[in-house]
Design a protein around this ligand. Structure first.
Ligand code: TXA
Ligand code: MG
Length: 343
């Protein structure tokens, strides 16, 4: 795959590949996405093939920067929406677009069935990363962009991760360095009566959404029906088994084999484990200083690194809070810990 930078001649190369129906990995503020023209079904097929993604899992349409109502034109139809529902959409887009908030809304006929997996709704977001917006402005149309990883695996937060996942399968990657937020966008469905439901916790805390539109229904990891197929059990998963414990300190002695330790907030005390005779190959903290933003930013890169340590098990301490970004971090760790069927 070509490696491009998000400026000058490279930008035009990326745009010409997209115009010609190719697929290009692009940075966003959350994770790297694999982009194709949102209205070109034959280009979109290539995304599903490269990712080995099942066709029943719909894609997010990424909109170029514009006033939200203009950007949504020809993508969603809000005709059936009660004033309360329109108002909720307006509040959210005014406040949080561009940014890591994906809204699931009734689709416009022009959106290919492949994008929505034949659903009556389409997921839309307006990314905030300057490189993404420069690219979308030059391209002049929306793109669809799932995370640029093979289906079920860890989302990429650097161009190198994209190469590890998709080398030989895609046309190019636009490298803008590590993504600043590190977890995917928050996915929220808004219904015609104004009811809002959280489908995936993400980089925009649900508390911020509730501050704008009031209470939001949540389907937690445990009980969530796979309304957004990304809610399917194991996802964001390393190849190495990952076990979650409430406290690494209290768990000393409760695991065997070559291990890696992972803590979300605060330092890791590997010595306590080694003193108890354990073979601790690696011990990492997502934020030794206890900052949730830093922890989210480093989560996927760290899981990838630990996965390459050749250990029997990754022992990870649960995120001590589900507030703010703690919700998305907890969700991704829970999913990463689910056993693969048949293993
Ligand atoms: O931050 C992000 O959202 C990244 C970057 C690249 O923008 N993209 C991303 O896309 O995470 P993906 O395809 O990995 O996840 C999209 C999620 C999936 O869980 C999918 O099931 C859900 O959005 N989704 C998409 N369209 C939907 C729809 N019409 N109804 C319900 N869920 C939908
Ligand atoms: Mg994904």
């Amino acid at each position: 795959m070509l490696s491009l930078v998000p400026s000058g001649q490279d930008l035009y190369t990326a745009v010409s590949i997209l115009r010609a129906g190719g697929i290009v990995a692009i940075p966003t503020e959350t994770v790297y996405g694999l982009a194709a023209h949102a209205f070109d079904a034959s280009a979109i097929v290539k995304i599903f093939d490269a990712k080995e993604r099942p066709r029943f899992d719909p894609l997010i349409v990424h909109l170029p920067f514009a006033p939200p109502e203009d950007a949504l034109h020809h993508v969603v139809v809000l005709d059936e929406f009660a004033p309360r529902a329109r108002n909720a959409v307006r509040q959210l887009t005014d406040k949080y677009w561009p940014g890591p908030l994906t809204l699931v809304l009734p689709r416009h006929d022009s959106v290919p069935d492949l994008v929505t997996s034949d659903r009556p709704t389409v997921a839309v977001r307006m990314p905030a990363h300057p490189a993404t917006q420069t690219l979308l402005a030059a391209f002049g149309a929306p793109v669809v962009a799932p995370s640029a990883n093979r289906f079920g695996s860890i989302s990429p937060t650097t161009a190198d991760h994209v190469r590890q996942e998709l080398e030989g399968r895609i046309d190019a990657v636009v490298d803008a360095g590590p993504t600043p937020l590190g977890v995917e966008s928050t996915v929220l469905a808004v219904d015609a009566d104004g009811t809002a439901r959280l489908l995936r916790p993400g980089a925009l805390p649900v508390e911020a959404i509730e501050a704008a539109i009031g209470p939001v229904g949540r389907s937690t990891v445990a009980e969530g029906a796979p309304e957004a197929p990304g809610q399917l059990g194991r996802h964001y998963a390393p190849g190495t088994p990952l076990q979650l414990v409430d406290s690494l300190h209290d768990a000393v002695g409760r695991a065997a084999g070559r291990m890696a330790l992972l803590r979300v907030l605060g330092p890791v005390d590997a010595e306590a484990w080694r003193a108890a005779g354990h073979e601790v190959v690696e011990a990492m903290s997502l934020s030794a200083g206890g900052d949730l933003g830093e922890a989210a930013q480093r989560l996927f890169a760290t899981l990838r690194e630990l996965d390459h340590c050749d250990v029997d098990i990754i022992l990870a301490e649960r995120c001590p809070t589900s507030e703010g970004l703690g919700y998305a971090i907890s969700d991704r760790l829970e999913r990463a810990s689910r056993p693969v069927e048949g293993r």
